[in-house]
Design a protein around this ligand. Structure first.
Ligand code: AP5
Ligand code: MG
Length: 218
């Protein structure tokens, strides 16, 4: 199985590019943010505690994230590959993921770092709307990323929603958390020789073309 990680600040386009990759290559999209939001909507103890934590913009505990990830991975064992979006987000998660891959005799093929500056990323969350059912993301203010029918998901026809953590105040915390805990992974994966950088401030289709050329050669 081809295992690829998308590493990037919030709103850089991880979800957008993961969807395009899955449609083209038949990979499975695994977004730990989506898995956590799914768990958050369960009206149980975990769901209620996640609601508060996700609103803080800080990271959720590694153990919860890893349990959700392992459960998801068990369901996709025959897939040609997986795109990890939003995981790992710190060195501990990266080490844990290495151990998991080793136990399955699999290797990490590429870590694609989608680079973007704060202001460009912030502009993208203003118009973002997402599908609560399938996780597909759109943007009301960016023509190429609008849904065909306003407010409705192209893929599953559910009503699109604004994410609860998409406001400037929480975005700032999410970005700072990224710089503090996730950005060190760029060096970590560079040293392992698997890091590729793509300029994610470019239009969606241009970013995708660059990612395709990486995926086609690994
Ligand atoms: P998560 O859901 O992963 O959010 P995030 O990292 O903040 O990233 P986003 O989903 O906001 O952005 P994205 O990069 O997917 O961009 P998108 O494609 O939507 O995490 C949420 C929370 O969950 C975290 O804060 C944390 O609490 C928790 N969490 C998740 N994983 C965790 C983990 N491993 N450990 C601990 N806690 C965890 O694009 C954004 C917008 O821009 C869209 O509207 C899109 O249409 C548009 N767009 C995309 N690309 C382009 C482009 N090239 N040009 C123009 N517009 C574009
Ligand atoms: Mg996302």
């Amino acid at each position: 199985m081809k295992s690829i990680i998308l590493l990037a600040p919030p709103a850089a386009g991880k979800g957008t590019q993961a969807d395009l990759l899955c449609k083209k290559y038949g990979f499975v999209h695994i977004s730990t943010g989506d898995l956590l939001r799914e768990a958050m909507h369960q009206n149980d103890e975990l769901g209620n505690s996640l609601k508060e934590q996700m609103q803080s913009g800080k990271l959720i505990g590694d153990a919860i994230v890893f349990e959700l990830l392992e459960n998801k991975l068990k369901t996709i064992e025959n897939a040609p590959g997986s795109i990890l979006d939003g995981f790992p987000r710190n060195v501990n998660q990266a080490e844990e993921y290495n151990r998991l891959l080793r136990s399955k005799n699999e290797t990490l093929k590429a870590v694609i770092y989608l680079s973007i500056d704060y202001d460009t990323a912030l502009k993208r969350i203003v118009g973002r709307i997402s599908c609560p059912k399938c996780g597909h993301v759109y943007n009301d203010l960016i023509e190429s990323n609008q849904p065909t029918v306003k407010g409705i998901c192209n893929d599953c026809q559910s009503s699109l929603e604004k994410r609860a953590d998409d406001n400037e105040e929480i975005f700032k915390v999410r970005f700072e958390t990224y710089l503090e805990q996730t950005e060190p992974l760029i060096e970590y994966y560079k040293e392992k020789g698997v890091l590729y950088e793509v300029d994610s401030a470019l239009p969606t289709n241009e970013v995708f073309q660059m990612i395709e050329s990486i995926v086609d050669h690994i």
